[in-house]
Design a protein around this ligand. Structure first.
Ligand SMILES: NC(=O)c1ccc[n+]([C@@H]2O[C@H](COP(=O)([O-])OP(=O)(O)OC[C@H]3O[C@@H](n4cnc5c(N)ncnc54)[C@H](O)[C@@H]3O)[C@@H](O)[C@H]2O)c1
Length: 264
């Protein structure tokens, strides 16, 4: 199947680690021109190298998504060097697993800034370029925690539910400009190896997320009896981003979670 992504200008945020890394490399395999934003220069530059080795064009722009000025610079780099902005993937996200009663307002604010304000900043800056071009695709990475609530992810799940709703509204407001907006909700998605996670990754200290025993229990409880891998999410994102195969799909929230949540 030809996804017709060759030469498309794609911005991926959080591209240095785990899921964002796999998304960037998924687009690289399709011959896209990549602009990768992340706070982690070392890790993301290694993704740029991998992408270039696979034959794609790629650049890194160090970006904190909570800062609108830096985000604007990121989008402008894609526009200037690759002749526009066709696709944005909002992949940055952060959490620490804690019961709500253990969390503080500082913690709430940090999650809201990174997970939700980051998506607002990136979407706003991308639309500045996409609306005049009358085309574009935006995919935001949410979480199955947004769909049914999850213990120790109260504020995180709230920000992800906000993303689901925000993206549907952006889809409604901008469909007439030829812009499609969709959401992918991963379930537990573990890196293939330690090389795939960056210094600021939630998975840097794996046991701070889940112990090996907890991961086994989670896998056993899923209909597909296995945890997700970053490429599972990347494949869904690449599909949704392609006008050739998903050109009539917008405002959708797709779980890629081994059947953890099944929304009718
Ligand atoms: N891995 C999972 O099990 C899982 C499950 C559900 C949802 N998700 C979502 O998928 C996305 C990716 O998750 P992951 O496991 O790959 O995360 P990760 O922690 O491995 O990677 C996150 C990346 O974002 C970067 N980053 C952090 N803060 C940033 C900021 N302010 N500005 C720019 N870059 C920043 C980090 O440097 C890192 O490269 C997130 O939105 C996460 O919420 C992940």
């Amino acid at each position: 199947m030809n996804l017709e992504l060759t030469g498309k200008s794609v911005v991926v945020t959080g591209a240095g680690s785990n899921i964002g890394r796999a998304i960037a490399l998924g687009f690289a395999n399709e011959g896209a021109n990549l602009t990768l934003g992340d706070i982690d220069a070392t890790q993301t530059n290694s993704v740029v190298e991998e992408a270039v080795t696979s034959g794609a064009a790629a650049q890194f722009v160090q970006t904190d998504v909570t800062d609108l000025g830096q985000v604007t610079t990121l989008m402008n780099a894609a526009n200037t060097n690759y002749g526009g902005l066709d696709i944005l993937v909002n992949c940055v996200g952060w959490d620490q697993l804690m019961y709500f009663t253990e969390t503080t307002p500082e913690f709430w604010n940090r999650i809201i800034q990174i997970n939700y304000v980051g998506v607002l900043n990136c979407t706003s800056a991308a639309l500045e370029l996409m609306i005049p071009a009358k085309s574009g695709s935006i995919v935001s990475i949410s979480s199955d925690a947004s769909r049914q609530g999850e213990s120790r992810e109260a504020v995180y799940g709230g920000t992800k539910a906000a993303i689901n709703s925000f993206m549907k509204t952006i889809a409604k407001e901008n469909g007439r400009a030829g812009i499609r907006c969709n959401v992918v909700c991963p379930g537990v998605t573990i890196p293939e190896s330690e090389d795939e996670v960056g210094e600021h990754s939630m998975w840097k200290d794996k046991d701070s997320m889940f112990t090996p025993e907890q991961l086994e229990r989670i896998a056993r409880a899923l209909p597909l009896r296995k945890l997700g891998r970053p490429s599972d999410v990347a494949n869904a994102v690449v599909f949704l981003s392609s006008d050739a195969v998903a050109g009539h799909v917008t405002g959708q929230v797709l779980s890629v979670s081994g059947g953890y949540s099944m929304i009718g």
